[in-house]
Design a protein around this ligand. Sequence first.
Ligand code: ATP
Length: 319
Amino acid sequence: MKTFAVLTSGGDAPGMNAAIRSVVRTASFYECRILGIRHGYQGMIDDDVLELTPGSVGDIIQRGGTVLQTARCEAFKTPVGLAKGIATLQKHGIEGLVVIGGDGSFRGAYALAQYGIQVIGIPGTIDNDIPGTDESIGFDTAVNTAVEAIDRIRDTASSHDRTYVVEVMGHRSGAIALSVGMAAGAASILIPEEPQDPDRVLAQLNKARERGKKHPIVIVAEGAACAMDVGEFLRNHIASEVRVTVLGHIQRGGSPSARDRILGGLYGTEAVRLLLEGMTNHMVAMCGARVTAVPFTEVFDRQHEANLFYHRIADILAV
Ligand code: ATP
């Protein structure tokens, strides 16, 4: 009987529980033993390991966060931390590991693979900034959460004829901002992948106002600019009252969308199937509508690219 393990690492994302459930149940289906490692690589160093069964992952598919909990662990990047992690895997006879997280977490997995541990990654981050996959677990829920919040803001914006600047998550990636901006009908979207041009924002707002829009919404990805500064700039340049809202961590939490649960199910099953095939150092991925696998090296070598097509369309629809 093969023994595999699963952990979640980096920032939590809604749908991680669906992926854990899928890994555990698929492993059990193929008569493998499956262990959970709590708190990501920190738990691997600390030997924080528990046995998982199909029943133990019941009633979690609808829950946000991760029941295995997660961590960022600097110690795992050191030779001493890595050696402790490997000792834990050896102690429990773990032959293969599924890592659910972002590309940073996959670097940890890659380091383990150099010592003969089979590793497969599942993309799990709300930022959807992992090269090689169209979708990562958590993104769809985060976008839906932000859009729902903005719909509420829009009610008060239209009642008072206010301009709203809304900051969404995304330090390095404008993926959330672009999808949210499209879905919420933003007048302007600022993303970190493009140079910031305050005059462009102003021109877009003025154009919207000329055709009668009295309560435009500007979406700012947190890595693009400080939303407060954008608000201050607009206050000094437009006649309307300007308010700023930072959505913050509400975008991370909450029950996963159907899409993220389905992704968790698909990715978890594929990850275990790949381990059983003897595959290692790959991330499961969505390419078009197909589940596939991408080598970690490709994930590391490629740069995340913004969906500038969305940006163009959002600009057209804002006129
Ligand atoms: P998120 O998108 O939420 O930031 P992430 O997986 O990219 O997710 P990171 O903080 O970059 O998040 O990485 C998570 C953890 O992976 C780190 O805290 C560390 O424990 C491990 N890790 C990252 N890079 C390496 C590395 N080069 N070697 C070993 N472990 C690493």
